[in-house]
Ligand binder design. Structure first.
Ligand SMILES: Cc1ncc(COP(=O)(O)O)c(C=O)c1O
Length: 449
């Protein structure tokens, strides 16, 4: 029973206990580790969270799309407890265990493509991406990688180079891998070419062909790495022709297609993998975040001949595929399948999007509502015509939401997109309550623009 404010009621942030922790955090943890607000959890269940001061929240952030099956999912927690009594860590290079193999097999079965596959289990999203690139380079004996504007692929040395957003994530950390070639993403609301879909003829694809002439010949490109929907880059949903066209370019030029499903996968969009909405089959698919059901786990899954092209010892790591994470992941997948969370994501996403479209009619600050399933972005602007981003307005809305018990974060290169990624197990009435809090905050800030 929480002793503080209920979701929907105002609470002072930070609370007393949070204040103490915040001061210790500021003393001992570098500021470079960002936070969305002064929020400290004490417990979570499903889509509900209680903070250290006993205040209740509805969680629309889900640990940045890590908790698709919810906080402390019962199946996941029991599997972890059972495993914890058996063995915690052996290192798969030293002592193998069944759960790693079962999970690798399951991932090969549930990813797109009717061809033999293999899966490597590692720890973070960035590590899955790194391994995707390593494997693609080894298999193809080529170095070049095409990536996209506004993409996010991680914070390690290689993945920072792959990530866009230079000021926020990369400034002062170079040099970066020189074989990375960046091209525009099909972000139609802010078309990089100032064209309009569909009359543009998907000009973004032409830019890739042009890059083979101007920057790096296709013969040197190992892979195109792409998020099927942009995550950190603003929850942008590209036209299907864009992803299909990329796949075609890959085939024509003997380039591997790597889908980064770290944020978009594991049911978030109403299909197990976002790429399935576009009927495109990648050569390599990267998963992390919700894969571990809340534990640390990521995977690089690909065509068997590609994955198996690496020498013994070339890939892996001490902690990769930790047994606790493997059993948790198997249960997370089982939960998505048995509890029909893909249908649920589609239905909840539709209800939420309809409500947000309704808000767009009422509040000029909302420039665009877009989404697939429960991956929904609301882009805020000062002026619908000029599309001047409302970054300060976005910050004000987030703060207000937090104060009234809704955990929500933003995204986008212009810091003006509200990002909705609640657990797929959220009760419909809690989602509606969360949307009420959001609407109150939007209404208030809308008056000031
Ligand atoms: C699409 C995508 N790729 C890779 C990453 C990096 O994952 P991690 O933070 O686990 O390294 C993220 C993280 O947000 C992501 O959204």
């Amino acid at each position: 029973m929480n002793k503080g404010a209920k979701a929907g009621e105002r609470r002072a942030l930070p609370g007393e206990k949070a204040k103490e922790l915040l001061s210790l955090r500021n003393e001992y943890v570098p500021k470079g580790v960002f936070q969305i607000g002064p929020l400290f959890i004490s417990r979570g269940k499903g889509a509900m969270v209680e903070d250290v001061d006993g205040n209740e929240y509805i969680d629309f952030a889900a640990g940045i799309s890590v908790l698709n099956v919810g906080h402390c999912n019962d199946r996941v927690v029991s599997a972890i407890k059972e495993q914890a009594d058996k063995h915690l860590h052996t290192c798969f290079h030293v002592l193998m265990y069944e759960s790693y193999i079962k999970l690798a097999r399951k991932l090969c079965e549930i990813t797109p493509g009717n061809f033999p596959k293999q899966a490597l289990l590692v720890n973070s999203g960035a590590e899955a991406v790194e391994n995707g690139i390593k494997v693609a380079r080894r298999y193809s004996s080529k170095c070049g990688v095409i990536v996209f504007e506004n993409a996010f692929h991680g914070r390690t040395a290689l993945t920072m180079g792959l990530t866009s957003q230079v000021k926020y994530y990369k400034f002062g950390f170079g040099p970066f891998d020189p074989f990375i070639q960046r091209v525009p993403y099909a972000y139609c609301y802010r078309c990089p070419h100032k064209l309009t879909y569909p009359d543009c003829g998907i000009h973004c694809l032409q830019r890739i062909e042009d890059s083979f002439v101007n920057y790096m010949p296709s013969e040197e490109i190992a892979a195109i790495l792409i998020e099927p929907i942009l995550g950190e880059g603003g929850y942008v949903i590209p036209p299907a022709e864009f992803l299909k066209g990329l796949r075609k370019i890959c085939e024509e030029h003997n380039i591997l297609f790597i889908a980064d499903e770290v944020q978009s996968g594991m049911g978030r969009t109403g299909k197990m993998w976002a790429i399935e909405h576009f009927n495109v089959v990648p050569d390599i698919l990267l998963s992390a975040k919700s894969l571990g059901g809340g534990l640390v786990l990521s995977a690089t899954i690909g065509k068997k001949d590609i994955m198996d092209s690496v020498n013994v010892g070339g890939i892996g790591g001490t902690y990769g595929g930790n047994p606790l994470s493997c059993v948790a992941a198997l249960k997370a997948i089982e939960t998505i399948e048995k509890d029909k969370l893909l249908d649920r994501a589609t239905n909840l996403g539709k209800i939420a999007k309809d409500r947000l479209e309704g808000m767009k009619e009422k509040y000029n600050i909302i420039g665009d509502v877009r989404g697939l399933g429960c991956a929904i972005g609301v882009e805020l602007v000062k002026d619908r015509k000029t599309k001047e981003p409302a970054a300060a307005g976005t910050r004000a809305i987030l703060k207000k939401c937090h104060e009234y018990g809704l955990i929500i974060m933003s995204c986008g290169p212009l810091h003006n997109v509200l990002r909705l990624m609640f657990p797929l197990v959220v009760k419909e009435e809690d989602m509606e309550r969360g949307l009420d809090i959001m609407e109150d905050a939007i209404r208030e800030v809308n008056r000031t623009i």
